[in-house]
Design a protein around this ligand. Structure first.
Ligand code: CTP
Length: 398
């Protein structure tokens, strides 16, 4: 996701500096050109050689160091970056940048930069909460820098409180949001549903399906990275909630119906990737149902069709996308859903194909609209998400 992007990591002298090796490595795996700048104190916690090995680039610690492939590095590192992350940012570095002091390679790199600059402070809780430090953070925010709130927990100084560097994967997500994709959905509100619903039989048992939520979570995350304001209505899943997305947890089809229909009017694009139960037990037993030697059956009643409701109450300009998972007659059955539910697109996939369906990281789908049918090859669920969101934003513009 970071192919062709230059990411500068500015590391200052806090114990969390060691965690930045992971961040550098994760960025390299996303194909970024990673450049590291360290303060002298940072090199006492982790060596420049660690980052040189991970990034295959020269690491700068001195403003007069002209080695490496860049001309006048203390200017050109900042001006050629697509994003700068300063992490951990010590109280000293926050103060210097907030007041325009540029007396080392890290602070000098920040001043000429025109790209997004993210600053992730990490320090002892009392230092973090000190008014001087808090004021400096506010000054930085007012200048347009993004200051990332520190996490709370057990700190290296043996105190509990705010001051921890956020998780490495979260820092990477901030970078991705800042520069990974074009903001083609900026100003759009996107509602996504994901995961399986659970229909209770008794306090112990329920009816559900194999959906893991991966496809819907990928749609929500990619819509967020493309600049949309995203709400995700999620059935129970084992997945980590995406950052920067408003998540509404639900359990049953009725909960999902209530959560979606109450909000639908506010959204430009709605993607119904959830696998919603079509039936629920007619009655839910208050106590655990005890077995007997006889066979048993469960009386079922229909749930409300959420996509059907949305199609019938679509507001002008709103674009609706449903999913269709079939084992036979994929295209005909999916086309029938498009018409019956008044959707603008149905994303159809066959669970019989290898690389498609439940729990996989890839999918093989066909995007069906009233006038077109686009078969996609096997792609990661994130890539499928970008394709369908791009097509939906075109329908929203039309
Ligand atoms: N859906 C919904 N509300 C339901 C059931 C399904 O909104 N109660 C949505 C799903 O989120 C998905 C699409 O409808 O976007 C799936 O269509 P559907 O016709 O329900 O598919 P199946 O139930 O799999 O099809 P079948 O009619 O073959 O049972």
């Amino acid at each position: 996701m970071l192919q062709g992007k230059r990411i500068v990591l500015g590391i200052s002298g806090g114990i969390a500096a060691y965690k930045m090796a992971n961040v550098a490595s994760m960025l390299v795996k996303l194909h970024a050109d990673v450049r590291v700048v360290m303060t002298k104190n940072a090199t006492r916690f982790i060596t420049p050689e660690t980052f040189e090995t991970l990034t295959a680039n020269h690491v700068y610690t001195d403003v007069f160091d002209e080695s490496g492939d860049l001309h006048v590095p203390h200017v050109n590192l900042g001006t050629t970056a697509d994003c700068i992350l300063i992490a951990p940012a010590t109280a000293d570095v926050l103060g210097k940048i907030a007041h325009g002091i540029a007396d080392d390679m890290l602070t000098t790199t920040v001043l000429p930069a025109t790209c997004p600059v993210l600053i992730s402070p990490s320090m002892n809780v009392n230092m973090y909460e000190n008014k001087i430090v808090q004021n400096n953070m506010q000054i930085l925010r007012d200048y347009g820098y993004e200051v990332i709130e520190a996490d709370s927990g057990f700190l290296a100084c043996r105190t509990e409180g705010r001051g921890k560097l956020p998780k490495e994967e979260d820092l990477v997500e901030y970078i991705l949001r800042a520069c990974a994709t074009e903001k083609t959905l900026a100003g759009k509100k996107v509602l996504v549903t994901a995961g399986a619903t659970q229909e209770a039989i008794d306090p112990v048992r329920y009816i559900t399906n194999h959906s893991t939520g991966k496809m819907g979570y990928a749609v929500a995350r990619m819509a967020m990275l493309m600049g949309a304001d995203v709400t995700l209505v999620s059935g129970r899943t084992a997945l980590k909630k995406p950052l920067f997305v408003d998540v509404v947890d639900v359990v049953s089809a009725k909960d999902m119906y209530d959560a979606v229909t109450a909000r639908a009017n506010d959204f430009d694009i709605i993607v119904k990737a959830a696998a919603v139960a079509d039936y629920r037990p007619k009655s839910v037993a208050d106590e655990k149902i005890k077995k007997s030697d006889a066979d048993a059956s469960i009386a079922l009643s229909r749930t409300d069709d959420i996509l059907g409701y949305l199609g019938a109450h679509k507001k002008a300009g709103q674009v609706l996308c449903g999913f269709s998972m079939e084992t036979e007659n994929l295209i005909e059955n999916s086309r029938a859903k498009l018409e019956k539910k008044n959707a603008d697109m149905i994303v159809a996939n066959s669970i019989k194909e290898i690389g498609a369906g439940f729990g996989t990281d890839t999918n093989i789908v066909t995007m069906i609209t009233k006038d077109s049918m686009t078969e996609l090859p096997i792609l990661s669920k994130e890539e499928v998400a970008v394709k369908l969101l791009t097509a939906l934003s075109e329908l929203n513009r039309a």
